[in-house]
Ligand binder design. Structure first.
Ligand code: AHG
Ligand code: MN
Ligand code: MN
Length: 349
């Protein structure tokens, strides 16, 4: 009960965690587990971390320093670029170049892959969507950065063809979400998924969600239903089974933010399904394989879920034909994605 002197306990009794796990500590500990590690990957992750903090900083201040609105240009895939798309892209490129560990970078905002020829020995390739959800920026909706890290083959030449790799070749991936707080979801090949929260005062990402596991099922679906007139039959049938359950159960809740990072983060925490199917109008799908679908698929699989494309192939095995190649995607709780697969199979997929 509050007293006139406030309700804090005597000095020294407040519970203070003096042994927090920062992202830096986490990466150091992970590196120590790999005997042959050179430290290159850890250094690359430190550069990624700085890019995330830097982008988060500008997003927080966007309304104050006139960073809203369009930059007056269009990106590689024809979308209008927002000022923050351009700033996020520049921050990301400079962090990757400065790390000295990246040979080649693909960004949504750059038509061509960027080869860092000043670092011919660098053995990593990075794909990124510097600001995902940017059409929502001015409305204060959460946006984020999606990234995937590949280890290049020893004979890689530092050309864009080196990057036409399936997600199974990713050594690490994840995404950030710059919202009420900045979150980072990070995973490595064959490992768990860990969530970090940026402590603005410390300037550190703190491990707040270790070993994230998707619930096996959950009655939430997340899809842009405005596209339903273009959907293929199995997609229509699947969504209808959620809205009009035959067993007399409750229908699913619809939740669609329109920022993949935010929809993905909610799905990771609560379960359910996120879908952006290919359809009759957008035959290849909307989302990009290298820097949206692949990295997300790795996160979802490593958290115990599934991710497939519109042909019901495992998303991680899909090799892009070009660096900005697109795909349909269904990702989420294991059982929810299985329902999608089963209905498509019934239709002969
Ligand atoms: P980006 O802002 O990087 O172009 O990505 C937008 C993507 C993704 O965040 C979201 O899931 C999807 O586009 C939303 O598309 P619709 O507006 O067509 O629903
Ligand atoms: Mn995007
Ligand atoms: Mn983007």
């Amino acid at each position: 009960m509050a007293t006139t002197s406030g309700n804090a306990g005597p000095v020294g009794q407040e519970k203070i965690n003096t042994d927090i796990v920062t992202l830096t500590r986490f990466l150091t500990e992970e590196q120590a587990k790999v005997k042959e590690a050179t430290g290159d990957f850890t250094l690359l992750c430190h550069a990624l971390q700085f890019a995330f903090k830097n982008i988060a900083y500008y997003i927080r201040r966007a309304s104050l320093i006139n960073l809203g609105g369009l930059a007056g240009s269009a990106n590689s895939t024809g979308d209008d670029q927002k000022k923050l798309d351009v700033i996020g892209n520049d921050i990301f490129i400079s962090a990757m170049r400065g790390s000295g560990k990246v040979r080649i970078l693909v960004s949504e905002e750059e038509e061509e892959a960027i080869a860092f020829d000043e670092h011919p020995e660098a053995r990593y390739a990075v794909a990124c969507d510097p600001i995902d959800g940017s059409s929502n920026l001015d409305a204060g909706v959460s946006v984020g950065t999606i990234f995937g890290v590949f280890r290049l083959a020893d004979d890689a030449k530092g050309v864009k063809e080196d990057m036409l790799l399936p997600g199974t070749e990713l050594v690490a991936s994840g995404f950030t979400m710059y919202g009420a707080s900045s979150q980072l979801v990070f995973t490595m090949k064959g490992a768990g998924v860990h969530g970090f929260t940026l402590d603005g005062n410390l300037g550190e990402f703190i491990l707040t969600h270790p070993d994230m596991q998707l619930p096996k099922k959950h009655p939430i679906y997340s899809v842009n239903e405005g596209n339903s007139m273009y959907w293929e039959e199995p997609v229509k049938e699947y969504i209808n089974t959620l809205k009009y359950p035959e067993d007399g159960g409750k229908p699913y809740a619809a939740r669609y933010i329109g920022s993949m990072v935010a929809d993905a983060y909610r799905t990771l925490l609560y379960g359910g399904i996120f879908a952006y199917p290919a359809d009759k109008k957008t035959v290849k799908g909307k989302l990009r394989i290298l820097y949206e679908c692949g990295p997300m698929a790795m996160v979802f699989e490593n958290a115990g879920g599934q991710a497939v494309n519109s042909k019901m192939s495992r998303m991680l095995e899909v090799r892009p034909e070009s660096i900005h190649d697109r795909s349909g995607i269904f990702m989420g709780s294991y059982d929810e994605v299985q329902k999608v697969i089963d209905i498509h199979k019934k239709h002969g997929y």
